[in-house]
Design a protein around this ligand. Structure first.
Ligand code: MLT
Length: 327
């Protein structure tokens, strides 16, 4: 089906040919909406998407279901979205990986930038440097010393090349100047199970996945990666104050639709996103998990596209200098 552009619409309306598109926009949403999460269930991206989907569903009066499409550092789920019908019923929640994938992956089966409409930004989540609870270190300096001593025995979990956990893990290894063996998972949800079990040693992951485990004592926290401490983890120092100057990374998340989605539907979805980000229940859960919604002005298609474009440009030279690509 040819995709309508903004310029074609007036002529098609005059010819009475655009009525179905406009009618569908007016009746939207008439059935459940799917949010694709490009990582396994139970991880930080899944947590953000499910909380957002519940709040948007309340606003739209339709159920919003999450479908986990993990693998290849979040590119399989992104590809599924880019190739979906642009009818407003398939969306994507993804994070900083949308800024790094265009450089990390040189042979993708979809356009990692032009394959999407931006709907709006959602939240920026701090990360935490965490380890299995019986690791023989009790602060970041001791952890770095241990890693340097036993670098061949210690491994680092992530969710695949391009995942936030991969990027933070890269920065952590560069800060210690110690390359580590990495163990990739389809998401940091499954990786967390192994960290709690002690079968993997370290991970750099988002507070939305680590906070409850840190509080329960099932894993050990060494630092947060923000320039000030996280209110929900007041006893965890920043990496900067713990001896890693400049170590700062937070994971922004956005909502996307396939390219060619009717602009009226994108506007409807962006308005619903903004309502959801004002939802008291969502705000409370985000705060419990160490994060907060972005300001309303960032939850718009234009602001999201501008931020994303600048972030792709920011990460491109960093990745090219590291010379580590996914394919
Ligand atoms: C990551 O980028 O590491 C992902 O957030 C992991 C996940 O959501 O499962």
């Amino acid at each position: 089906m040819p995709r309508l552009t903004r310029r074609q619409l007036p002529a098609l309306v005059a010819a009475g040919l655009a009525a179905p598109a406009l009618a569908s926009a007016q009746a939207y949403p008439s059935r459940p909406i799917t949010i694709i999460v490009p990582f396994a269930a139970g991880g930080p991206t899944d947590t953000v998407a499910r909380l957002l989907g519940e709040a948007m569903g309340r606003d739209l009066g339709q159920s919003v279901v999450v479908e986990n499409v993990g693998g290849a550092g979040g590119t399989l789920g992104a590809q599924r979205t880019a190739q979906a019908r642009p009818d407003g019923y398939t969306l994507l929640v993804h994070h900083i990986g949308m800024s790094t994938i265009p450089t990390l992956y040189r042979r993708l089966a979809y356009d990692p930038i032009n394959g999407f409409e931006t709907v709006g930004m959602i939240t920026e989540v701090p990360m935490t440097i965490v380890a299995k609870r019986n690791i023989a270190a009790n602060n970041l300096a001791e952890l770095v010393a241990l890693v340097r001593r036993e670098r061949d025995k210690i491994n680092l979990a992530n969710a695949g090349v391009g995942a936030a956990s991969h990027l933070c893990g890269l920065l952590f290894q560069q800060a210690m100047n110690v390359p580590l063996t990495t163990v990739p998972y389809r998401g940091t949800g499954p990786a967390m199970n192994d960290l709690v079990a002690g079968t993997v040693d370290l991970m750099c992951d988002q507070t939305t996945n680590t906070t409850e485990h840190i509080r329960a004592g099932t894993i050990k926290a060494f630092a947060v990666t923000t320039n000030s401490r996280v209110a929900s983890l007041p006893d965890v120092p920043t990496a900067i104050e713990a001896g890693m100057p400049g170590f700062e990374v937070s994971v922004w998340h956005g909502l996307y639709a396939p390219r060619g989605t009717n602009p009226e539907l994108v506007t409807r979805l962006s308005r619903s996103l903004q309502v959801a980000l004002r939802d008291p229940g969502l705000i409370r859960r985000f705060a419990d998990l160490g994060t907060e919604p972005v300001p309303q002005e960032k939850a718009t298609p234009a602001a999201h596209r501008a931020f994303w474009t600048a972030d792709v440009a920011r990460w491109r030279p960093v990745i090219q200098a590291a010379g580590q690509f996914a394919d």
